[in-house]
Design a protein around this ligand. Structure first.
Ligand code: AMP
Length: 488
């Protein structure tokens, strides 16, 4: 199995963690007392494996290559030693500079990283600021004018500030590139190279990625000097821990089926995934009309709309959040009981990312995928990449769902004219219509069919990989012929 796949399977670690962490306690890591107090306040009892392995070398000032996903505790793995070193340095940042720079692919992740820095650094009096698109420049300009200790930024807006002269990077002591694979996938490679050139040669660099294909390894090689490599090995694969099922259904009956699924009171907090932003809006509207309070979150929503939707979801004011893959990346919401794939992702790895949202903080979850005829190829790729057969039920031809669909308003149930939805053609479906994305928010609009880096045009998803023997039940054979697409 490739390193990249191992990393994907390491998606979510359970706590308490493996024997690596049992050998270490936070007290042994050499962090200052203020940080130890904040860790205890955060109710962390033991370092996660990535923390146990990464904190000591980062405290020493070494560069680090970390192969780990969101959910492994990687934010604290870099935030704690960075805060320790900044506090020990006891310097004030010069105006329009920052001492530590964290680069994040999305606004949501940037906000979460900043939140963690603020929580861990609560007693250290270090300043933390964020810089990302979708919100006004002026408050950011003002925060930068004084200089900040920790700046968490998305690449596009960071470059805007550099170009306007409101920020210089020549005083950066430590730089972190978080979720590097996402950065590349979102087309930020040139931005990252330009940002790297503006950084001082003498610096500490940390580089995190969930996967390490060749293009990421090359980027890391140019970014890091003699790095310590830390890789979180999987304790259990995501697919083993999550109860999964596939329901075969006609594309136009998915909405009716989703409402039926949501009638189950066991679904206390659900994330519903669509492939497109427009699809997310439609599904959220349909749920709302069916008395299931829901909100959609995607790159076309304003920052305040997204923050409100996320806050309502976290607080339990809405039961369902409908999201696109990119909007959901990095979002840390605990207690998601169910993930529903309203549409299957065209990139098999996204399936693993999506369903992993329901297995946070050691809990197991349930993932239900609605699969229309033209998504069968995606399902086969997912099963091949995750080396499993997902148990399936067949609801095609169901009269109750047919009646519910017929009762929908005409604009909702009319099948949409789609581009042909051929296998492999949509592998880049999460790509942007806005190459520069994050000046505008760090998000890409889904469904425009660009090609992610490293995927050749027309390449078959999962092609060229070798996988182990499939286990479990086979999906039922295809019985209907050629439904139209389900991309909304
Ligand atoms: P991350 O991978 O950084 O997104 O962290 C995933 C989640 O694990 C976050 O909710 C953290 O607050 C939590 N976390 C991080 N480190 C620990 C730890 N040592 N013990 C328990 N929870 C942790």
């Amino acid at each position: 199995m490739t390193v990249a796949l191992q990393a994907i399977y390491a998606l979510r670690r359970r706590m308490p963690f493996s024997k690596d962490s049992l050998l270490t306690s936070f007290n042994d890591l050499g962090l200052n007392p203020a940080l130890l107090t904040a860790i205890t306040a955060g109710k962390y009892t033991q370092p996660t494996p990535i923390q146990a392995q990464a904190i000591p070398p980062v405290l020493e000032g070494r560069d680090l290559l970390g192969i780990a996903q969101t959910g492994t505790g990687k934010t604290a793995a870099f935030a704690l030693p960075i805060l320790h070193r900044l506090a020990a340095g006891n310097r004030r940042p010069a105006p329009k500079t920052c001492r530590a720079l964290i680069l994040s692919p999305t606004r949501e992740l940037a906000s979460q990283i900043a939140e963690k820095f603020r929580a861990y650094g609560h007693d250290s009096k270090l300043s933390v600021a964020t810089v990302f698109g979708g919100v006004g420049m002026n408050p950011q300009v003002q925060a930068l004018a004084r200089g900040v200790d920790v700046l968490v930024a998305t690449p596009g807006r960071l470059m805007d500030h550099m170009q306007q002269g409101t920020l210089r990077l020549d005083a950066v002591e430590t730089v972190v590139l978080d979720e590097a694979d996402q950065m590349l996938d979102l087309g930020f490679v040139h931005a990252i190279k330009r940002i790297s050139q503006a950084l001082p040669k003498q610096r500490q660099s940390l580089f995190f990625s969930a996967t390490m294909p060749q293009n990421i390894a090359q980027l890391a090689a140019g970014f890091l000097k003699d790095p310590v490599r830390v890789e979180v090995t999987p304790a259990a694969t995501t697919v083993e821990r999550i109860d999964q099922q596939v329901i075969f259904i006609e594309a136009e009956r998915k909405r009716a089926l989703l409402l039926e699924i949501m009638a189950n009171p066991d679904i206390t907090r659900a994330l519903v995934f669509t492939r497109t932003k427009h699809g997310a809006d439609k599904v959220a509207r349909h749920l709302g009309a069916g008395n299931v309070p829901a909100a959609a979150i995607h790159g076309n929503k304003s920052q305040s709309q997204r923050e409100r939707a996320l806050a309502d979801f976290k607080a339990g004011r809405i039961r369902v959040l409908v999201a696109t893959d990119i909007a959901a990346r990095g979002i840390d919401v605990t207690g998601v009981s169910h993930v529903v794939n309203f549409e299957l992702p065209n990139v098999p790895e996204s399936y693993v990312h999506r369903i992993g949202r329901t297995a946070r903080a050691g809990k197991d979850g349930m993932a239900i995928s609605l699969c229309a005829q033209d998504e069968r190829a995606y399902l086969r790729d997912i099963e091949r990449v995750t080396r499993q057969r997902i148990p399936s039920t067949d609801r095609r031809g169901d009269e109750k769902l047919a009646a519910a669909t017929a009762a929908e308003p005409r604009s909702e149930n009319r099948p949409q004219q789609q581009r042909p939805h051929g296998h492999g053609q949509h592998r880049g479906g999460q790509r942007s219509e806005n190459r520069r994305g994050d000046s505008n928010g760090g998000h890409r609009s889904e469904g425009r069919g660009g090609q992610p880096q490293g995927a050749k045009p027309g390449q078959k998803p999962g092609g060229g990989r070798r996988f182990g023997k499939p286990q479990g039940q086979r999906p039922q054979a295809n019985r209907d012929g050629g439904q139209r697409g389900s991309v909304h």
